[in-house]
Write a protein that binds this ligand. Sequence first.
Ligand SMILES: Cc1c(C=O)c(-c2nnc3c4c(C[n+]5cc6c(C)n(C)c(C)c6c(Cl)n5)n(C)c(C)c4cnn23)c(C)n1C
Length: 325
Amino acid sequence: DSGSVTASPRQQDTEYLCPVQIGSPAQTLPLDFDTGSSDLWVFSTDTPRSEVNGQTVYDASSSSSAKRLSGATWKISYGDGSSSSGIVYLDTVTVGGLTVSRQAVEAAKQVSSSFSRDTSSSGLLGLAFSSINTVSPNQQKTFFDNAMPHLDAPLFTADLKHNADGRYNFGYIDKSAYTGSISYTPVDNSQGFWGFTATVDGTDVTGIADTGTTLIYLPDSIVTSYYSQVSGARYDSSNAGYIFPCGSSMPDFSFNVGGGGGGGGTVTVPGSYVNFAPTDQTGQTCFGGLQSDSSIGISIFGDIALKAAFVVFDGGNKQLGWAAK
Ligand SMILES: Cc1c(C=O)c(-c2nnc3c4c(C[n+]5cc6c(C)n(C)c(C)c6c(Cl)n5)n(C)c(C)c4cnn23)c(C)n1C
């Protein structure tokens, strides 16, 4: 089996949403595919009306294939402080033509305000490792874990784009989607994430490949030295990050993966991607797409980095592949 689904950017690439079919007859919900978490949760008819703000909701009662997973609950919180929780159904889930029957679909009974405000997203589809799924008392598998045994190859690829539709493919590598060769590097999934080590300016950086995080968060030393090249750039405590004049031309940001003998491959994030967004309506000052990881405790290669590459999430061989495009 295989699957292929479009990933559409929202709000200046802050997130990417994919249409997912749930239940019988199919209910299509736009979900944020997140390689940094492992719960598939949705706005539902169980979500209080006061917390639903235009989102499409899942109605288990109108799906003939839905079965309540009795006694199961879930509760999750994310790096930006957002959170959600609820109950669990098993139902049929289809992504880009790839179907998993009896997928745990986590229906929200509570969502925090940033989810209510995000009117275009009906929830998240976790693609990290099932070891960090939050369903209790019996942990549930991710869509990818359930699909893997049926896939032509035990992998999925992420091809996110700047201000344009990209694609997630499951079970195969589309050779027309990248240029040059794919450089592979081992994955450390001990924390449940797609952890890997890259080299930035000769310094090894261990972080995670996280499609659910908008920006790049790296060690202070690397971030400080990057912004030292931008006149007028400074750390601004009120914005809790590096800002600079919006007219600045930003240097490209490169990192190497799969260093080893063959020299590995270099991913180059265009400077224009690092000029993330204005901090206010005047458009004078802009917020950087590269920020420090010092308040996080882990380095994160988020969408700003991922959309500069074609990335292979290889669950069979526990490796990450990176290619230019
Ligand atoms: C340690 C960490 C993160 C780890 O992940 C993180 C982060 N970075 N983007 C996101 C997230 C997103 C992506 N996301 C970010 C957005 C921002 C910055 N803005 C202004 C909007 C409107 C956003 C939307 Cl709609 N979507 N989503 C949907 C969720 C649930 C996120 C959770 N955390 N998160 C932050 C800000 N930090 C400090």
